[in-house]
Design a protein around this ligand. Sequence first.
Ligand SMILES: [Zn+2]
Length: 155
Amino acid sequence: MRLILLGPPGAGKGTQAVGIVKAFGIPHISTGDIFRKNLKEGTELGTRAKSFMDKGLLVPDQLVVEIVEDRLKEKDCEKGFLLDGFPRTLNQAKELDDVLAKMNVAMDNVVNIEVDKSILVGRAVGRRICRGCGATYHVEFNPPAKEEVCDLCGG
Ligand SMILES: [Zn+2]
């Protein structure tokens, strides 16, 4: 199963992704995660991406697509994958089409999560991210056990 998960920040993509990858036994591919991995491991792609980020520039679509392509060629993607947060632009979507054609595979489904704007605003406003470990919370829907203290790292 090859899926793309779309939706605005706060739509609950991350939450849905957990259930989807479990149900289909496919890897969850988030561009944020693979960027961080490439940067951390200092790969050639990561080094190129960093040169843009260091200048405060957006990483060009072409390079974002290359990084995703690199990930999709790994063995665990043979049975399928869930793309989360990618493609983000029409241009990236067109580039993804070319990549998939080259790999001789096609997407099975695209899921677009629609959420009422007022709900999204409420979710965004209450969102908290731990500075120490990156864990995410929400003051109303997913608070830590102790207010303002991270459950995972105590930060
Ligand atoms: Zn933490």
